[in-house]
Design a protein around this ligand. Sequence first.
Ligand SMILES: NC(=O)c1ccc[n+]([C@@H]2O[C@H](COP(=O)([O-])OP(=O)(O)OC[C@H]3O[C@@H](n4cnc5c(N)ncnc54)[C@H](O)[C@@H]3O)[C@@H](O)[C@H]2O)c1
Length: 342
Amino acid sequence: MAHCLVTGGAGFIGSHVAEALLSRGHRVSVLDDLSGGTAERVPEGAHLFTGSVTDVELVDRLFAEQRFDHVFHFAAFAAEAISHSVKSLNYGTNVMGSVNLINAALRTGVSFFCFASSVAVYGHGETPMRESSIPVPADSYGNAKLTVERELETTMRTQGLPFTAFRMHNVYGEWQNMRDPYRNAVAIFFNQILRGEPISVYGDGGQVRAFSYVKDIVDVIVRAPETEKAWGRAFNVGSSRTNTVLELAQAVRAAAGVPSHPIAHLPARDEVMVAYTATEEAREVFGDWADTPLADGLARTAAWAASVGPAELRSSFEIEIGGERVPEWAQCVADRLSGADR
Ligand SMILES: NC(=O)c1ccc[n+]([C@@H]2O[C@H](COP(=O)([O-])OP(=O)(O)OC[C@H]3O[C@@H](n4cnc5c(N)ncnc54)[C@H](O)[C@@H]3O)[C@@H](O)[C@H]2O)c1
Protein backbone atom coordinates (compact mmCIF):
# COMPACT_ATOMS: atom_id res chain seq x y z
CA MET A 1 0.00 0.00 0.00
CA ALA A 2 1.31 3.43 -0.94
CA HIS A 3 0.29 6.81 0.48
CA CYS A 4 -0.85 8.76 -2.58
CA LEU A 5 -1.43 12.50 -2.81
CA VAL A 6 -4.00 13.46 -5.44
CA THR A 7 -3.98 17.19 -6.12
CA GLY A 8 -7.27 18.31 -7.64
CA GLY A 9 -8.88 15.24 -6.08
CA ALA A 10 -12.10 17.16 -5.38
CA GLY A 11 -12.42 17.84 -9.11
CA PHE A 12 -13.52 15.72 -12.02
CA ILE A 13 -10.66 13.48 -13.17
CA GLY A 14 -8.72 13.73 -9.89
CA SER A 15 -11.66 12.39 -7.88
CA HIS A 16 -11.96 9.38 -10.19
CA VAL A 17 -8.21 8.84 -9.77
CA ALA A 18 -8.60 9.01 -5.97
CA GLU A 19 -11.46 6.51 -6.12
CA ALA A 20 -9.48 4.10 -8.31
CA LEU A 21 -6.40 4.33 -6.03
CA LEU A 22 -8.53 3.59 -2.96
CA SER A 23 -10.06 0.57 -4.66
CA ARG A 24 -6.52 -0.67 -5.40
CA GLY A 25 -5.85 -0.62 -1.65
CA HIS A 26 -3.83 2.60 -1.39
CA ARG A 27 -4.10 5.33 1.23
CA VAL A 28 -5.23 8.56 -0.43
CA SER A 29 -4.91 12.22 0.57
CA VAL A 30 -6.34 15.03 -1.53
CA LEU A 31 -5.07 18.61 -1.84
CA ASP A 32 -7.62 20.89 -3.48
CA ASP A 33 -8.51 24.56 -3.08
CA LEU A 34 -12.12 23.84 -4.09
CA SER A 35 -12.01 26.55 -6.76
CA GLY A 36 -13.46 24.07 -9.24
CA GLY A 37 -14.10 20.92 -7.23
CA THR A 38 -16.35 20.22 -4.26
CA ALA A 39 -15.63 18.60 -0.89
CA GLU A 40 -18.64 16.28 -1.31
CA ARG A 41 -16.98 14.71 -4.35
CA VAL A 42 -13.85 13.63 -2.44
CA PRO A 43 -14.35 9.85 -2.18
CA GLU A 44 -15.05 8.32 1.19
CA GLY A 45 -11.82 7.05 2.68
CA ALA A 46 -9.69 9.86 1.23
CA HIS A 47 -8.62 12.74 3.45
CA LEU A 48 -9.15 16.25 2.09
CA PHE A 49 -6.62 19.00 2.78
CA THR A 50 -8.16 22.26 1.60
CA GLY A 51 -5.59 24.63 0.16
CA SER A 52 -3.70 25.70 -2.92
CA VAL A 53 -0.71 24.16 -4.65
CA THR A 54 0.54 27.74 -4.95
CA ASP A 55 0.84 28.01 -1.15
CA VAL A 56 4.49 26.99 -0.72
CA GLU A 57 4.33 26.89 3.07
CA LEU A 58 1.26 24.63 3.06
CA VAL A 59 2.70 22.32 0.40
CA ASP A 60 6.03 21.98 2.22
CA ARG A 61 4.34 21.30 5.56
CA LEU A 62 1.94 18.75 4.07
CA PHE A 63 4.72 16.79 2.37
CA ALA A 64 6.93 16.89 5.47
CA GLU A 65 4.14 15.65 7.73
CA GLN A 66 2.40 13.16 5.46
CA ARG A 67 5.41 11.52 3.75
CA PHE A 68 3.63 10.70 0.49
CA ASP A 69 4.96 7.84 -1.64
CA HIS A 70 3.28 8.85 -4.92
CA VAL A 71 1.92 12.16 -6.23
CA PHE A 72 -0.87 12.35 -8.81
CA HIS A 73 -0.92 16.02 -9.82
CA PHE A 74 -4.32 16.88 -11.29
CA ALA A 75 -4.95 20.34 -9.81
CA ALA A 76 -4.89 23.04 -12.46
CA PHE A 77 -6.49 26.09 -13.87
CA ALA A 78 -7.83 24.19 -16.86
CA ALA A 79 -9.98 26.55 -18.96
CA GLU A 80 -7.65 26.41 -21.94
CA ALA A 81 -9.53 28.74 -24.30
CA ILE A 82 -9.34 31.64 -21.88
CA SER A 83 -5.82 30.91 -20.58
CA HIS A 84 -4.10 33.71 -22.52
CA SER A 85 -6.49 36.21 -20.91
CA VAL A 86 -5.51 35.01 -17.42
CA LYS A 87 -1.79 34.52 -17.85
CA SER A 88 -0.88 35.14 -14.24
CA LEU A 89 -3.44 32.63 -12.94
CA ASN A 90 -2.49 30.10 -15.65
CA TYR A 91 1.26 30.19 -15.08
CA GLY A 92 0.99 30.77 -11.33
CA THR A 93 -1.19 27.72 -10.78
CA ASN A 94 -0.07 25.42 -13.56
CA VAL A 95 3.67 26.08 -13.59
CA MET A 96 4.62 27.45 -10.16
CA GLY A 97 2.09 25.25 -8.36
CA SER A 98 3.65 22.23 -10.07
CA VAL A 99 7.17 23.40 -9.22
CA ASN A 100 6.18 23.68 -5.55
CA LEU A 101 5.00 20.06 -5.60
CA ILE A 102 8.13 18.83 -7.42
CA ASN A 103 10.40 20.58 -4.91
CA ALA A 104 8.49 19.15 -1.95
CA ALA A 105 8.47 15.68 -3.56
CA LEU A 106 12.26 15.78 -3.96
CA ARG A 107 12.81 16.91 -0.37
CA THR A 108 10.61 14.24 1.17
CA GLY A 109 11.54 11.15 -0.84
CA VAL A 110 8.43 10.77 -3.04
CA SER A 111 9.12 7.81 -5.34
CA PHE A 112 6.81 8.61 -8.28
CA PHE A 113 5.15 11.71 -9.76
CA CYS A 114 2.22 11.47 -12.19
CA PHE A 115 1.30 14.61 -14.12
CA ALA A 116 -1.98 15.49 -15.81
CA SER A 117 -0.83 17.00 -19.09
CA SER A 118 -2.88 17.73 -22.17
CA VAL A 119 -2.93 17.51 -25.96
CA ALA A 120 -2.72 21.31 -25.73
CA VAL A 121 1.07 20.77 -25.85
CA TYR A 122 0.73 19.89 -29.57
CA GLY A 123 -1.04 23.09 -30.66
CA HIS A 124 -1.98 23.18 -34.35
CA GLY A 125 0.36 20.32 -35.27
CA GLU A 126 -0.34 17.29 -37.48
CA THR A 127 -3.21 14.96 -36.64
CA PRO A 128 -3.51 12.46 -35.26
CA MET A 129 -1.21 13.98 -32.65
CA ARG A 130 1.73 11.71 -31.85
CA GLU A 131 4.22 11.71 -28.99
CA SER A 132 7.02 11.73 -31.58
CA SER A 133 5.98 15.09 -33.04
CA ILE A 134 7.61 18.30 -31.85
CA PRO A 135 5.15 20.00 -29.49
CA VAL A 136 4.31 23.62 -30.40
CA PRO A 137 1.56 24.80 -28.04
CA ALA A 138 -0.92 27.33 -29.42
CA ASP A 139 -1.95 28.90 -26.12
CA SER A 140 -0.80 29.76 -22.61
CA TYR A 141 -2.35 26.63 -21.09
CA GLY A 142 -0.41 24.41 -23.52
CA ASN A 143 2.79 26.36 -22.79
CA ALA A 144 2.34 25.72 -19.07
CA LYS A 145 1.67 21.98 -19.50
CA LEU A 146 4.72 21.56 -21.75
CA THR A 147 6.92 23.50 -19.34
CA VAL A 148 5.99 21.16 -16.49
CA GLU A 149 6.56 18.07 -18.64
CA ARG A 150 10.03 19.41 -19.50
CA GLU A 151 10.77 20.24 -15.87
CA LEU A 152 9.80 16.71 -14.85
CA GLU A 153 12.17 15.29 -17.51
CA THR A 154 14.96 17.47 -16.18
CA THR A 155 14.19 16.53 -12.59
CA MET A 156 14.18 12.81 -13.36
CA ARG A 157 17.50 13.09 -15.22
CA THR A 158 19.26 15.27 -12.68
CA GLN A 159 17.63 14.29 -9.39
CA GLY A 160 16.14 10.87 -10.05
CA LEU A 161 12.41 11.44 -9.48
CA PRO A 162 10.49 9.04 -11.79
CA PHE A 163 7.45 10.55 -13.52
CA THR A 164 4.83 9.81 -16.16
CA ALA A 165 2.77 12.48 -17.91
CA PHE A 166 -0.56 11.77 -19.56
CA ARG A 167 -1.66 14.00 -22.42
CA MET A 168 -5.45 13.80 -22.14
CA HIS A 169 -8.13 15.48 -24.18
CA ASN A 170 -11.88 16.03 -23.97
CA VAL A 171 -12.48 13.72 -21.05
CA TYR A 172 -16.10 13.47 -19.93
CA GLY A 173 -18.24 11.52 -17.49
CA GLU A 174 -19.91 11.61 -14.10
CA TRP A 175 -18.89 14.44 -11.77
CA GLN A 176 -17.65 16.75 -14.49
CA ASN A 177 -17.88 20.39 -13.42
CA MET A 178 -21.13 21.74 -14.92
CA ARG A 179 -20.72 25.22 -13.40
CA ASP A 180 -17.75 26.34 -15.49
CA PRO A 181 -18.99 28.18 -18.59
CA TYR A 182 -15.56 28.15 -20.25
CA ARG A 183 -14.76 24.46 -20.60
CA ASN A 184 -16.01 20.88 -20.83
CA ALA A 185 -18.40 20.82 -23.81
CA VAL A 186 -20.20 17.70 -22.58
CA ALA A 187 -20.93 19.16 -19.14
CA ILE A 188 -21.89 22.54 -20.60
CA PHE A 189 -24.34 20.89 -23.01
CA PHE A 190 -26.00 18.74 -20.32
CA ASN A 191 -26.33 21.74 -18.03
CA GLN A 192 -27.84 23.85 -20.81
CA ILE A 193 -30.46 21.16 -21.39
CA LEU A 194 -31.20 20.94 -17.65
CA ARG A 195 -31.53 24.73 -17.48
CA GLY A 196 -33.83 24.85 -20.51
CA GLU A 197 -31.32 26.90 -22.52
CA PRO A 198 -30.21 26.22 -26.12
CA ILE A 199 -27.01 24.21 -26.51
CA SER A 200 -24.27 26.66 -27.53
CA VAL A 201 -21.81 25.65 -30.21
CA TYR A 202 -18.91 27.86 -31.37
CA GLY A 203 -18.96 28.60 -35.11
CA ASP A 204 -20.44 25.83 -37.24
CA GLY A 205 -19.56 23.11 -34.71
CA GLY A 206 -17.24 21.43 -37.22
CA GLN A 207 -14.35 21.16 -34.72
CA VAL A 208 -13.16 17.54 -34.67
CA ARG A 209 -12.43 15.98 -31.30
CA ALA A 210 -12.17 12.54 -29.66
CA PHE A 211 -14.22 12.34 -26.46
CA SER A 212 -12.86 9.98 -23.80
CA TYR A 213 -14.92 8.43 -21.02
CA VAL A 214 -13.20 9.20 -17.72
CA LYS A 215 -13.04 5.69 -16.23
CA ASP A 216 -11.30 4.36 -19.39
CA ILE A 217 -8.33 6.66 -18.94
CA VAL A 218 -8.18 6.55 -15.15
CA ASP A 219 -7.70 2.76 -15.29
CA VAL A 220 -4.48 3.42 -17.24
CA ILE A 221 -3.25 6.37 -15.15
CA VAL A 222 -3.36 4.57 -11.79
CA ARG A 223 -1.08 1.83 -13.13
CA ALA A 224 1.76 4.24 -13.93
CA PRO A 225 3.70 3.96 -10.62
CA GLU A 226 4.32 0.23 -11.10
CA THR A 227 4.83 0.45 -14.89
CA GLU A 228 8.55 1.19 -15.08
CA LYS A 229 8.51 1.26 -18.88
CA ALA A 230 6.27 4.32 -18.61
CA TRP A 231 8.64 6.34 -16.44
CA GLY A 232 10.25 9.40 -17.94
CA ARG A 233 7.70 9.58 -20.72
CA ALA A 234 4.58 11.48 -21.79
CA PHE A 235 1.72 9.47 -23.31
CA ASN A 236 -1.41 10.24 -25.23
CA VAL A 237 -4.27 8.50 -23.51
CA GLY A 238 -7.92 8.39 -24.51
CA SER A 239 -10.22 7.57 -27.33
CA SER A 240 -9.19 7.85 -30.97
CA ARG A 241 -12.80 7.80 -32.22
CA THR A 242 -13.63 11.23 -33.56
CA ASN A 243 -16.79 13.32 -33.72
CA THR A 244 -17.51 16.93 -34.53
CA VAL A 245 -18.73 19.20 -31.76
CA LEU A 246 -22.06 19.47 -33.56
CA GLU A 247 -22.35 15.67 -33.57
CA LEU A 248 -21.54 15.72 -29.88
CA ALA A 249 -24.34 18.24 -29.25
CA GLN A 250 -26.76 15.96 -31.09
CA ALA A 251 -25.55 12.90 -29.14
CA VAL A 252 -25.95 14.74 -25.83
CA ARG A 253 -29.52 15.71 -26.79
CA ALA A 254 -30.27 12.06 -27.58
CA ALA A 255 -28.70 10.82 -24.32
CA ALA A 256 -30.77 13.33 -22.36
CA GLY A 257 -33.93 12.18 -24.13
CA VAL A 258 -34.57 15.55 -25.85
CA PRO A 259 -33.51 15.00 -29.49
CA SER A 260 -35.05 18.27 -30.72
CA HIS A 261 -33.55 20.55 -28.08
CA PRO A 262 -32.40 23.77 -29.84
CA ILE A 263 -28.76 24.36 -30.75
CA ALA A 264 -27.48 27.97 -30.96
CA HIS A 265 -24.30 28.97 -32.82
CA LEU A 266 -21.99 31.48 -31.06
CA PRO A 267 -19.19 33.44 -32.81
CA ALA A 268 -16.33 31.14 -33.84
CA ARG A 269 -13.25 31.30 -31.64
CA ASP A 270 -9.56 30.83 -32.29
CA GLU A 271 -9.08 27.14 -31.52
CA VAL A 272 -7.42 24.05 -32.89
CA MET A 273 -9.89 22.69 -35.46
CA VAL A 274 -8.84 19.04 -35.51
CA ALA A 275 -7.55 17.48 -32.30
CA TYR A 276 -7.28 13.79 -31.61
CA THR A 277 -4.39 11.51 -30.80
CA ALA A 278 -2.68 8.31 -31.80
CA THR A 279 -2.45 6.07 -28.72
CA GLU A 280 -0.24 3.17 -29.91
CA GLU A 281 2.66 4.15 -27.64
CA ALA A 282 0.54 3.99 -24.50
CA ARG A 283 -1.17 0.78 -25.62
CA GLU A 284 2.24 -0.83 -26.17
CA VAL A 285 3.25 -0.03 -22.59
CA PHE A 286 -0.04 -0.36 -20.71
CA GLY A 287 -1.87 -2.84 -22.94
CA ASP A 288 -5.29 -2.22 -24.47
CA TRP A 289 -7.86 -0.28 -22.47
CA ALA A 290 -11.62 0.04 -22.68
CA ASP A 291 -12.86 2.58 -25.23
CA THR A 292 -16.42 3.15 -24.07
CA PRO A 293 -18.63 4.13 -27.04
CA LEU A 294 -19.74 7.77 -26.89
CA ALA A 295 -23.44 6.88 -26.66
CA ASP A 296 -22.81 4.59 -23.63
CA GLY A 297 -20.60 7.09 -21.82
CA LEU A 298 -23.08 9.89 -22.50
CA ALA A 299 -25.95 7.73 -21.22
CA ARG A 300 -24.12 7.27 -17.89
CA THR A 301 -23.27 10.98 -17.76
CA ALA A 302 -26.90 11.89 -18.56
CA ALA A 303 -28.16 9.74 -15.66
CA TRP A 304 -25.71 11.43 -13.30
CA ALA A 305 -26.48 14.94 -14.59
CA ALA A 306 -30.22 14.36 -14.16
CA SER A 307 -29.64 13.12 -10.61
CA VAL A 308 -27.75 16.28 -9.57
CA GLY A 309 -29.92 18.72 -11.54
CA PRO A 310 -29.01 22.04 -13.16
CA ALA A 311 -25.93 23.89 -11.94
CA GLU A 312 -25.65 27.63 -11.39
CA LEU A 313 -22.98 28.98 -13.78
CA ARG A 314 -19.99 30.67 -12.25
CA SER A 315 -16.53 31.67 -13.24
CA SER A 316 -13.84 30.91 -10.69
CA PHE A 317 -11.58 33.72 -11.94
CA GLU A 318 -11.53 37.27 -13.28
CA ILE A 319 -10.23 37.96 -16.78
CA GLU A 320 -6.95 39.78 -16.14
CA ILE A 321 -6.86 41.82 -19.32
CA GLY A 322 -10.18 43.48 -19.99
CA GLY A 323 -11.47 45.92 -22.60
CA GLU A 324 -11.25 45.19 -26.30
CA ARG A 325 -8.82 42.35 -25.78
CA VAL A 326 -11.56 40.08 -24.47
CA PRO A 327 -12.53 37.89 -27.44
CA GLU A 328 -16.09 38.20 -28.77
CA TRP A 329 -17.06 34.67 -27.78
CA ALA A 330 -15.76 35.19 -24.24
CA GLN A 331 -17.78 38.39 -24.00
CA CYS A 332 -20.91 36.38 -24.93
CA VAL A 333 -20.18 34.01 -22.04
CA ALA A 334 -19.52 36.92 -19.66
CA ASP A 335 -22.83 38.54 -20.68
CA ARG A 336 -24.58 35.27 -20.03
CA LEU A 337 -23.00 35.03 -16.57
CA SER A 338 -24.09 38.54 -15.69
CA GLY A 339 -27.59 37.92 -17.03
CA ALA A 340 -27.14 40.71 -19.59
CA ASP A 341 -28.54 38.64 -22.44
CA ARG A 342 -31.63 37.44 -20.63
N1 LIG B 1 -10.99 17.36 -18.55
C1 LIG B 1 -10.21 17.21 -19.60
O1 LIG B 1 -10.68 16.90 -20.68
C2 LIG B 1 -8.71 17.40 -19.49
C3 LIG B 1 -7.94 17.26 -20.64
C4 LIG B 1 -6.55 17.41 -20.56
C5 LIG B 1 -5.96 17.68 -19.35
N2 LIG B 1 -6.74 17.83 -18.24
C6 LIG B 1 -6.06 18.11 -16.97
O2 LIG B 1 -6.52 17.18 -16.00
C7 LIG B 1 -6.52 17.80 -14.73
C8 LIG B 1 -7.89 17.68 -14.09
O3 LIG B 1 -8.85 18.33 -14.93
P1 LIG B 1 -10.40 18.25 -14.65
O4 LIG B 1 -11.06 18.23 -15.94
O5 LIG B 1 -10.66 17.17 -13.67
O6 LIG B 1 -10.64 19.68 -14.00
P2 LIG B 1 -11.39 20.10 -12.66
O7 LIG B 1 -11.48 21.58 -12.71
O8 LIG B 1 -12.63 19.33 -12.46
O9 LIG B 1 -10.34 19.66 -11.56
C9 LIG B 1 -9.27 20.46 -11.18
C10 LIG B 1 -9.26 20.52 -9.68
O10 LIG B 1 -8.13 21.27 -9.27
C11 LIG B 1 -8.52 22.13 -8.22
N3 LIG B 1 -7.63 23.28 -8.23
C12 LIG B 1 -7.56 24.29 -9.13
N4 LIG B 1 -6.59 25.15 -8.79
C13 LIG B 1 -6.03 24.67 -7.65
C14 LIG B 1 -4.98 25.11 -6.81
N5 LIG B 1 -4.32 26.24 -7.07
N6 LIG B 1 -4.66 24.35 -5.73
C15 LIG B 1 -5.33 23.22 -5.45
N7 LIG B 1 -6.34 22.76 -6.20
C16 LIG B 1 -6.68 23.47 -7.29
C17 LIG B 1 -9.97 22.51 -8.51
O11 LIG B 1 -10.67 22.92 -7.35
C18 LIG B 1 -10.50 21.20 -9.08
O12 LIG B 1 -11.04 20.40 -8.05
C19 LIG B 1 -6.06 19.24 -14.94
O13 LIG B 1 -4.68 19.30 -14.71
C20 LIG B 1 -6.34 19.48 -16.40
O14 LIG B 1 -5.49 20.47 -16.93
C21 LIG B 1 -8.10 17.70 -18.29
